[in-house]
Design a protein around this ligand. Structure first.
Ligand code: AMP
Ligand code: ZN
Length: 114
């Protein structure tokens, strides 16, 4: 059992504003939102980052994309657009070593990212 902060949110040991939950995924509001809509999608299973995904995890990744589509519609980002980000490793600034996808929307965003 991992002690990481997102595992603790999955186990409801620390509070989070949960937007979606099913057998394998939890989505909750980012505590420091960088856009009007900023949701984190997290597998319940502890996976460190994209490079740690195993072939058996690919259905989970597909499920996360289905949930992204549903949340984009729910928050009416599906036409205006949104950004889906997974920071991986130190150069990307990954702060929490539990795979997560940021769903960001509700404002115009610049490119390239900082
Ligand atoms: P990353 O840099 O991709 O690892 O992003 C980690 C994200 O987790 C940051 O956007 C944080 O604001 C967010 N975060 C950290 N702790 C919590 C928490 N307890 N509840 C919600 N979001 C969190
Ligand atoms: Zn974890």
């Amino acid at each position: 059992m991992s002690d990481c902060i997102f595992c603790r949110i999955v186990r409801k040991e620390i509070p989070a504003e949960i937007i979606h939950e099913d057998a394998s995924v939890v989505a909750f509001k980012d505590i420091q939102p960088q856009a009007p809509i900023h949701i984190l999608l997290v597998p319940k299973k502890h996976i460190g980052r994209v490079m740690d995904l195993k072939p058996d995890d690919m259905a989970l990744v597909a499920d996360i994309h289905k949930i992204v589509q549903a949340l984009a519609r729910k928050f009416t980002l599906h036409e205006s657009g949104f950004r889906l980000v997974a920071n991986n490793g130190s150069n990307a600034g990954q702060a929490v070593d539990h795979l997560h996808y940021h769903l960001l929307g509700g404002r115009k965003m610049g490119w390239p990212p900082g």
